[in-house]
Design a protein around this ligand. Structure first.
Ligand code: MGD
Ligand code: MGD
Ligand code: SF4
Ligand code: MO
Length: 875
């Protein structure tokens, strides 16, 4: 069975094959044109996420299990009562780029078409909203012009605000491949941090956080000064003069000063752009998540338009989408400021939608955008919110206020696949949704490619597809005729028909060519790129090849950009700028990847990355627990020192939630500073201060019972196949703490006690290890993989028990921290192999297999090789 990976916007094709054990093997689909058979480690581990553990299995109302009919009736009557009493403005949906297009269409239709207000927004507001504004202002349509095949034709690739090596690994591997084939292909990475993506870079510009617009304004000015304008493009452009006038003050020196770069670096970059006939700019959250994100997008697009580097192979401004179906959400119009199918709220469009949906009450104006929506809940203006496929208690900025708003909201309805999330904790009504492998529909990836996610396993418990849940509520609210679908293909046909309805070439999104698919044809649909219509019956890889754009006059627009720095700046009290983002093996709020043991091995604790000199200034050492505080909140995470971190900045991953750690949610610190055009929050720049977090002892607890709730000053947990590991930090006596947490009387205990806080405790039930506890004044150094393995293998000899009590295997067995998650290869093994004569990633791969599957650990292998070379110079 072929399907599509449900994680990032690369949209890789997967092949799913049942194993005799009843489990599923997931491999890359060589026929899928976006991924050509590749998968990253998250995609390759999809088979391991299919179990029912942690799933929400039944509808619940106020904590009680109810039938579907009762739950749906309750949702419908709650919404209706609030609408009757307070008006339709008092209800809202908060949806997600992880829904399928069919689900999204249904949600948008119910809110904007029948409840009749614009109050449906999505987590894409935190993600793609600035990119949408950028494209619409430039092209008159939210139309991403490029395709992955452009990588193979490009002379110069800019990656700006994108850590694609970790966040879009398979697209990155296609870039690696392109550079292997054409070593003269140039790659420039623009990111304040030195990331894994820089491994491919010919030039890395570690600019001042938030200063990108000046860099691109300067480039526009440079192009005009160095005969690098495409004059044949000018008749197709509006706004050139104003954009150039705004760029005029941005000499390379002015740019260098503003961006805190060397002038020579800036000019080197500009010269490379002028020298290359082709240019592709890949941009992502380092650009979009900004109080001036939309302007940054347009500063980038300006450069492509003026230099004519658009609409042909190897060229274009390529906004990488984050979520599997961020693009699908944009297609159906799932953002609050869109009406439907690339139509905004003009009188003609409202009239068109009334006729298409046969509804008199189509929304007349935009609704509340994500952050505003939760502020409206806080004020009590919105009294019911239905959250579908997103975890706002973790991912929205100003987390404390979001959580408080959810707590006071009259009705919180949550459609989820997971029983326990930081958001489900506030739900009055829980609706179990089908997850990946169960649900059936379409998604659209970064390159506008529509692919099928197919169902191949039975639903967990009573879970139902999101579209079905929405339609059943709609029917119970009196809209049966408009929501009477029996199959997702019917929704897709309606969506496709709408895209072509009275379109006449005016709207970029047009898949009218798919409006007549039979259910069987929809089921068998092969991946293809929109538009799909009479002109492009097989889809279209690249847009704007005829230089015809979607503004009424057919031209594209340059915007006059005035660069702005982040709203909040560092100061004496808040001396460091906190950046937030992704790590390689985790997906968002970890509801799925957090339960896969091998994905938790690479970076297994929440951390803050700090430049060694900043750390020294703050008296913080590698591995210390650190309290990171902003004006809105604080967290406690482990210090990781890295010279790749720009001085004056720190990096905290966005992933950890209350389900996985005590106090490690980055969004509790982020303020809701929004881009005025897109409403997207500034998630990447928050001024903070640091200090070492003091506690009497630190420790690790391994326990076979994974549901145990831990109370400790600080903790973080990760799963192993037969145990859960908690890392701990607390005050008081560690042994007393252990005795307070568990009834130890049923266990046979084995102790080792040393000086101070040093404790070791193993707990046995007969010959089975059920608990292992290690504490010390500092974090104990342990061989975690060895300890965890003892929970699933019999421990036979006294020597083995002794080693377990010490927490370390005999030296020869030590693997160390996992670097390659595909093959579970540890740092110690790799270092040993390097010193025994494997000086390249290839040689390491031959010996240990590391880096030979998805390739995303290769940058780290190279780092370990470099470190070993530094340690043993001249060898
Ligand atoms: N492993 C993994 N992959 C994912 C996801 C995941 O959760 N895990 N999520 C998916 C989603 S939804 C998204 S949106 C994408 C996000 O993909 P990316 O945007 O690539 O990932 P981030 O880590 O959020 O941020 C990218 C980079 O922006 C840099 N940055 C910060 N501030 C600035 C700045 O001022 N200027 C510049 N030029 N750069 C800056 C950060 O240092 C960071 O390296 O990833 C997708 N892929
Ligand atoms: N500080 C900071 N904050 C950020 C970011 C950042 O870089 N820094 N990035 C932002 C970005 S780009 C994004 S995209 C967001 C992501 O943030 P969220 O959208 O909040 O994160 P997810 O964990 O993907 O949430 C998806 C939820 O839906 C559930 N789910 C999965 N599949 C289905 C399904 O088929 N149906 C239903 N009903 N539920 C399902 C999952 O269990 C999970 O609870 O975070 C944003 N927040
Ligand atoms: S690159 Fe993205 S879409 Fe492809 S396998 Fe990895 S997470 Fe899935
Ligand atoms: Mo995202």
């Amino acid at each position: 069975m072929n399907s599509t990976c449900p994680y990032c916007g690369v949209g890789c094709g997967v092949k799913v094959m049942p194993k005799p054990s009843g489990a599923y093997q997931v491999a890359g689909d060589a026929q899928h044109p976006s991924s050509l058979g590749r998968l990253c480690v998250k995609g390759a581990a999809l088979g391991e996420t299919l179990g029912h553990q942690g799933r929400l299995l039944h509808p619940q109302v106020n904590g009680q299990r109810v039938s579907w009919d009762e739950a749906l009736q309750q949702v419908a009557s709650d919404l209706q009562q609030i609408i009757n009493k307070h008006g339709a403005q008092a209800v809202a949906f908060y949806a997600s780029g992880q829904l399928l297009t069919e689900d999204y269409y249904a949600a948008n239709k119910l809110m904007k078409g029948f409840i009749g207000v614009g109050n449906i927004d999505t987590n894409s507001r935190l993600c793609m909203a600035s990119a949408v504004v950028g494209y619409k202002r430039a092209f008159g349509a939210d139309a991403m012009p490029c395709c992955y095949d452009d990588f193979a034709h490009c002379g110069l690739v800019i990656l700006v605000g994108s850590n694609a090596a970790w966040a879009h690994p398979v697209a990155y591997q296609r870039l690696v491949q392109a550079k292997k084939q054409r070593p003269d292909m140039q790659v420039v990475v623009i990111d304040p941090r030195r990331t894994a993506t820089c491994d491919l870079a010919d030039l890395h510009l570690p600019l001042r956080p938030g200063s990108d617009a000046a860099l691109f304004n300067g480039l526009l000015h440079w192009l005009s000064q160095h005969q690098a304008i495409d004059h044949s493009m000018l008749p197709q452009l509006d706004g050139v003069e104003a954009a150039l006038a705004a760029a005029q003050p941005w000499s390379s020196q002015a740019v260098a000063d503003f961006c805190q770069l060397e002038r020579a670096q800036v000019e080197d970059f500009y010269q490379r752009v002028v020298a290359s006939d082709t240019l592709l700019t890949l941009y992502c959250m380092g650009i979009n998540q900004s109080s001036s994100g939309s302007d940054k997008c347009n500063a980038i697009i300006n450069v492509h338009l003026l230099s004519g580097k658009i609409g042909r192979a190897g060229c274009g401004p390529f906004s990488l989408t984050g979520q599997p179906n961020a693009m699908g959400g944009r297609e159906v119009g799932g953002l609050a400021n869109q009406l439907a199918a690339h139509m905004d709220f003009t009188p003609e469009n409202i009239d068109r939608m009334q006729r298409f949906w046969h509804s008199e009450q189509v929304a007349r104006q935009p609704g509340l955008k994500a952050v505003e929506l939760f502020q409206a809940i806080e004020r009590g203006d919105v009294k019911a919110v239905w959250i579908m496929g997103t975890n706002p208690a973790v991912s929205l900025p100003d987390g404390h206020r979001v959580v408080a708003a959810l707590a006071r909201c009259e009705k919180v309805i949550v459609s989820e696949v997971s029983q326990h999330t930081d958001t489900t904790a506030y739900a009055d009504i829980l609706l179990p949704a089908q997850g990946w492998g169960e649900k059936n529909g379409t998604v659209t990836n970064s390159e506008r490619r529509i692919s099928r996610q197919r169902s191949f396993v039975a639903a967990a418990g009573e879970a139902q597809p999101d579209w079905w849940i929405i339609a059943e509520v709609a029917k119970r609210m009196g809209f049966a005729a408009a929501f009477n679908w029996q199959h997702p293909a019917e929704i897709f046909r309606e969506h496709a028909a709408l895209s072509g309805f009275e379109n006449q070439g005016r709207r970029a999104f047009d898949i009218s060519g798919l409006a007549q698919l039979t259910n069987a044809q929809w089921d068998a649909l092969q991946p293809l790129q929109w538009p799909v219509n009479a002109q492009y019956p097989q889809g279209c890889a690249r847009l704007f090849s005829e230089r015809k754009f979607f503004h009424a006059n057919g031209k594209a627009r340059l915007l006059a950009i005035t660069p702005r720095l982040p709203v909040a700046q560092v100061s004496a009290g808040w001396p460091l700028m906190m950046n937030t983002g992704r790590i390689r093996d985790q997906w968002h709020t970890m509801t799925r990847t957090g339960s896969v043991p091998r994905l938790m091995q690479h970076l297994s604790e929440p951390f803050v990355e700090i430049h060694p000199q900043d750390a020294q200034q703050h008296q913080i050492g590698e591995g210390d627990l650190v309290r990171v505080q902003s004006a809105s909140g604080w967290l406690v995470v482990r210090a990781q020192l890295s010279a790749g971190q720009q001085r004056g900045t720190v990096f905290v991953p966005m992933h950890w939630t209350r389900q996985f750690a005590a106090q490690a949610n980055a969004d509790m610190l982020v303020a809701p500073h929004l881009c005025p055009e897109s409403g997207q929050p500034e998630s990447k720049q928050t001024p903070v201060r640091l200090r070492r977090w003091h506690c009497d002892w630190q420790g690790e607890l391994f326990i076979c019972d994974s549901v145990t709730k831990i109370r400790a000053g600080w903790w973080a947990r990760i799963p192993y196949p037969a145990a859960t590991r908690y890392t701990l930090a607390a005050d008081g006596d560690p042994q007393q703490w252990l005795a307070q947490q568990f009834d130890l009387s049923t266990l046979t205990l084995q102790f080792a006690a040393g000086q101070g806080m040093f404790r070791r405790v193993l707990g046995w039930q007969a010959d089975k290890l059920v608990l292992a506890f290690y504490a010390d004044g500092m974090r104990p150094v342990l061989d975690d993989a060895f300890i965890a393995a003892a929970f699933s293998q019999p421990v036979q000899t006294a020597q083995q028990r002794h080693a377990l009590l010490a927490g370390r295997a005999a030296q020869a067995d030590a693997k160390g921290r996992t670097v390659c998650s595909c093959f579970g290869v540890g740092e110690q093994q790799i270092i040993a192999a390097i010193t025994s004569g494997c000086p390249t990633p290839e040689a390491l791969g031959k010996k240990l297999q590391c880096g030979t599957h998805c390739g995303s650990c290769i940058p780290e292998l190279k780092q370990l090789i470099t470190r070993a070379e530094i340690a043993q110079p001249g060898e």
